[in-house]
Write a protein that binds this ligand. Structure first.
Ligand SMILES: [Zn+2]
Length: 273
């Protein structure tokens, strides 16, 4: 049915700046492991019955992945899902509203998602994946010569985990023959433990509050990650973190190892029955 667009209505405007731009932790998604999907609601101002499309760049052409006809109102939107991509490839995506009568075409910014399939990992990434696979099989592993800004010199000088993004970055000195090889197993499983922490809670506030409640205010995420890493066999023989021995720390490590969140008794984050 034709939609009559009121006079003097401005052109449509896509509210999302880029496809799959997430605001958790202020970081945008740049990589996606095989077996995982991205989903988001895209709002449009002044849609007035336009069609909103998610498009993927194939060579020089844009292919429509999904199209939604929006309602003829001043604001509307639709859910879009990327779906799981099994191939390892860097692929650009955008949202587009095709031109409609006097209304011009509208484009979002383009986002390039680095799709990665673990079967394509080689060298240090493949070795690390072999350690991580039983615990966090959907993990993108990057190996770099220089760690991302803000991490060098700190507790994560050799490795970082991007919480909520299934992404671990490793320094190349962890490779066979590298200067930090002795730390390889410990560091890799520690980062996998960070990914597990976020995954089981799915929410940064709940994760922070519950883990702080067990380990105290100092380095609580690190302590919890170390306890899970130790549980997964990441420590050399004879090493041990004593803060993992309290009954609550053991209960939390049990839960995280089983892929479940741990909630303190009476926690406001605990799901209600
Ligand atoms: Zn850590």
């Amino acid at each position: 049915m034709p939609v009559s667009i009121p006079a003097d209505v401005p052109p449509p405007q896509i509210v999302a700046p880029k496809p799959f731009h997430r605001t958790n932790f202020g970081v945008e998604v740049t990589s996606l492991p095989a077996g995982r999907t991205l989903r988001e609601f895209v709002a449009v101002k002044e849609p007035w019955g336009c069609t909103l499309q998610l498009e993927r760049k194939d060579g020089n052409a844009w292919a429509v992945l999904h199209a939604e006809r929006l309602t003829p109102t001043a604001t509307a939107g639709a859910w879009f899902e990327l779906g799981s991509v099994e191939e390892s490839a860097d692929i650009a995506y955008r949202y587009r509203i095709p031109a409609d009568g006097a209304r011009p075409e509208v484009l979002s910014a383009e986002a390039v998602i680095r799709h990665r399939n673990p079967r394509d990992y080689t060298g240090l990434a493949a070795e690390a994946y072999a350690l991580i696979q039983p615990h966090q099989p959907h993990t993108v592993i990057d190996v770099v010569e220089e760690m991302p800004q803000g991490t060098a010199g700190g507790a994560h000088a050799l490795a970082t985990a991007m919480l909520g993004y299934d992404l671990i970055t490793l320094h190349s000195s962890l490779a066979e023959g590298g200067a930090n090889r002795r730390d390889f197993r410990t560091v890799v499983l520690h980062e996998a433990a960070h990914l597990r922490q976020y995954e089981v809670y799915g929410d940064a506030a709940a994760m922070g509050d519950e883990i702080k409640g067990v380990y105290g205010n100092e380095q609580f995420l690190e302590k919890a990650a170390n306890c899970l890493m130790e549980r997964w066999g990441g420590l050399a023989e004879g090493n041990h973190f004593p803060y993992c021995d309290t009954p609550e720390a053991i209960a939390m490590t049990d839960a995280l190892a089983a892929g479940r969140p741990y909630f303190r008794p009476g926690s406001p984050h605990a799901p209600t029955a």
